[in-house]
Design a protein around this ligand. Structure first.
Ligand code: ADP
Ligand code: MG
Length: 238
């Protein structure tokens, strides 16, 4: 099944009188369980496209369907609820809260969107900390961790609500090459173990080889769609 379907989506930003077209007529689909990468140079539209798929922004034209639902029609509050129920996010700068421990950072999304009893929360947090291999750091604060460990925590936080889809915008941009490779490998392992679909972006050609599906953007256009070196998924067109 297609988990994500982008149909003729365009995005134009308006800055006063000036219009900047960031995306043109994007058509793509991502199947459930995919491990897909958006690749392209800075300014090619990766963040804009991930924001559309992540219901953080709306297309100026076309539609975006996630889990079969046309998310381009959702209001702000409905979009926030949809994100809380279906999506997880990993950011370039980790975005961990410095005053919270590892455990509390991972627990945080569960406090925000779901009225889960404390016991179930702590089980969910323990499960994802274990899955990403960072249980022994649970009482540390982010500034006591390495960049790679911080991004592991961020991956755990993205997964704690059992989302169908995790979106990661340049999750390795602040990491050295070896650590970057490990973080992408961790996300793939999570896809294998949990069945979570991942879409990440990068402009680093050295890590795209871990993707199974590659979408190449250039100047706001999708210029290439193909199976990545890691193979696996059949590539679909919307
Ligand atoms: P990437 O993530 O690949 O670097 P972006 O999606 O951030 O690319 O940007 C695509 C284009 O849209 C760029 O020309 C950028 O300057 C423009 N852009 C992105 N966000 C905004 C915004 N909020 N307002 C105006 N222009 C923007
Ligand atoms: Mg970007």
């Amino acid at each position: 099944m297609d988990l994500v379907s982008v149909e003729g989506a365009g995005k134009t930003y308006r800055l006063g009188e000036v219009e900047i077209a960031a995306l043109w007529d994007i058509n793509l689909s991502v199947k459930e369980g995919a491990f897909a990468c958006l690749v392209g140079p800075s300014g090619s539209g990766k963040t804009t496209l991930l924001n559309l798929i992540g219901c953080l922004d709306q297309p100026s034209s076309g539609r975006v369907l996630v889990t079969g639902q046309d998310t381009s029609r959702l209001g702000r509050r409905e979009a926030a609820i949809f994100r809380g129920q279906n999506l997880g996010f990993v950011f370039q700068g980790f975005n961990l809260l410095p005053v919270l421990t590892v455990y509390e950072n991972v627990e945080y999304p569960l406090l925000m969107v779901k009225r889960l009893p404390k016991v179930q929360r702590s089980e969910a947090v323990a499960r994802v900390l274990e899955a990403v291999g960072i249980s022994d750091q649970r009482d540390k604060y982010p500034d006591q961790l390495s960049g790679g460990q911080r991004q592991r925590v961020a991956v755990a936080r993205a997964l704690v609500g059992s989302p169908a889809l995790v979106l990661a915008d340049e999750p390795t941009a602040n990491l050295d090459h070896a650590t970057a490779g490990m973080v992408i490998a961790l996300m793939r392992q999570m896809r294998d173990q949990l069945g979570t679909t991942f879409i990440f972006s990068t402009h680093d050609p050295r890590i795209v080889e871990q993707a199974e599906t590659l979408f190449t953007l250039s100047d706001g256009r999708l210029v290439d769609t193909k199976a990545g070196l890691a193979g696996g998924q059949e590539v679909g067109h919307a």
